[in-house]
Ligand binder design. Structure first.
Ligand code: FES
Length: 218
């Protein structure tokens, strides 16, 4: 069939050599188009506002009460927690090696640090529990029980003014067990929104398991 087509073209005044040039030219044009398309895809920002991996802006009224159960935000794959270990209860209690002043708001990544399962908040036990292999975490994300190798990861969080642009307070980095982590941010006056940057995540630290303090590790 291909020979017939070539012959037809030749009869119409196009030589075999010209025909091959046309084919080669068309292939080069297609290749160039594909390369440009790939380059544009590569240069384009991967995350848009509101997509996972980007910024989420939430109104302040989603914020839980101090040491209350966490607010679940599935679209951003994080929990919002409002902590104060100077007002401890069964969810947020202080241990000897905790950094001073665990007080403020944090956004905790919803993926278990063991093998990446999605864990849940278990109200009956007042802690996060992973259904896959049993890791458990305190309200602030610190490990209670292994096999999780570290505490939960924390996203960068900021408080914004009414204009959604002016930053009133921002998560700062603290060091726990030689690991830099985002510390909770205290709620500033006049804050109207919370911004969580899910493209900016600090890995949790490997602190002593909380169950070790009470000698109850399985
Ligand atoms: S993935 Fe959560 S304990 Fe294994």
């Amino acid at each position: 069939m291909a020979n017939v087509a070539v012959k037809a073209d030749v009869n119409n005044g196009v030589t075999r050599r010209e025909f091959l040039y046309y084919i080669w030219g068309a292939s080069m044009a297609l290749f160039t188009l594909e390369s440009v398309g790939l380059l544009i895809w590569f240069l384009k920002p991967k995350f848009r506002e509101g997509e996972f991996g980007g910024n989420f802006i939430l109104p302040l009224d989603v914020l839980p009460e101090v040491n209350a159960e966490p607010f679940n935000f599935p679209d951003g794959r994080f929990w919002l927690v409002n902590l104060d270990d100077s007002a401890p209860n069964e969810r947020m209690y202080r241990r000897d090696d905790d950094p001073a002043n665990l007080k403020g708001v944090a956004a905790i990544y919803k993926v278990c640090t063991h093998l990446g399962c999605i864990y849940n908040w278990t109200s009956s036990n007042d802690r996060f529990e992973c259904p896959c292999h049993g890791s458990k975490y305190r309200l602030d994300g610190r490990r209670i029980e292994s096999p999780a190798p570290r505490s939960l990861d924390i996203f960068k969080l900021e408080f914004l003014a009414e204009d959604k642009e002016t930053v009133l307070a921002s998560a700062s980095l603290g060091t726990i067990n030689e690991t830099e982590v985002y510390m909770p941010v205290e709620l500033p006056a006049n804050a109207a929104f919370i911004r969580v940057d899910t493209g900016d995540r600090q890995l949790g630290a490997s602190q002593t398991l909380l169950c070790d303090f009470v000698g109850e590790c399985p």
